[in-house]
Ligand binder design. Structure first.
Ligand code: ZN
Length: 239
């Protein structure tokens, strides 16, 4: 099975469309949270993923947009964007976001947004945090997001080890691993191209990719919809 692994799309429909085009044919799409928040097209992004039969877990932005929960932890402009999304989305879309699971299992993978210790909010940036999540997983592998930075950890007898993530390299999924595909809609690793990964469950590999997209078009839509400027500005730099 060939699986497109996406995360933190953040209502950036232009980036999502570019990623889906470069992905080509996949057997499944898994999305590790924050499908909405920040960007210009929350409703169309949700509709496209629904049409493609994607499996979604809930991120902190999805929860805040759907229910208002956690808004107090957002900086002002992130909260402003979340409240606009709440207003733009239909009640069906808000209910669907509210009903998303925070943890889901597919094949030999557990999906969550942050971590298995704290599915909505923990940033897994250290081997210590990665170890904790892998030890809690009932499956061999975990996929997460939230940091907006691609990452790959594998569990050894002495704990998780981090690998440098190189674009286009297939990494083996022989041991227990934690995969963060990075962010489709708001990358923060200094590379403005949309990030995603492909899991091959037969060959047991994960490969990380970047896809260029029309950043200027997303920026135009952010301005047109009256979202805070900073969400447009940062897209040019991938920060
Ligand atoms: Zn996010």
């Amino acid at each position: 099975m060939r699986v497109g692994l996406l995360s933190d799309i953040h209502a950036n429909l232009v980036a999502l469309e570019a990623v889906l085009a470069s992905l080509g044919k996949v057997d499944a799409l898994w999305v590790t949270g924050d499908t909405v928040g920040y960007g210009p097209d929350p409703g169309d992004t949700l509709a496209l993923l629904r049409e493609r039969g994607a499996l979604l877990v809930q991120g902190n932005h999805d929860r805040a947009v759907a229910t208002g929960e956690g808004l107090e932890f957002f900086h002002d402009r992130a909260a402003e964007a979340a409240l606009l999304h709440q207003k733009w989305l239909s009640s069906e879309d808000r209910d669907a976001l509210a009903a998303l699971p925070t943890v889901a299992t597919a094949d030999r993978f557990t999906l969550c947004h942050g971590s298995l210790r704290d599915p909505l909010w923990e940033y897994v940036t250290t081997t210590r945090a990665a170890t904790a999540t892998l030890q809690l997983a009932a499956t061999d592998h975990c996929c997460n997001g939230h940091t907006h930075i691609p990452a790959f950890f594998h569990l050894t007898v002495t704990g998780a080890k981090a690998s440098h993530v190189a674009e286009g390299t297939a990494y083996g999924l022989e041991e227990r691993t934690l995969v963060n595909a990075g962010s489709v809609g708001q990358p923060r690793d200094g590379d403005p191209r949309a990030a995603y990964a492909v899991l091959d469950t037969d060959a047991r590999t994960v490969t990380f990719y970047r896809s260029p997209y029309q950043v200027a078009e997303t920026q135009r839509r952010i301005h047109a919809r009256g979202l805070p400027e900073m969400f447009a500005d940062r897209l040019a730099f991938g920060v």
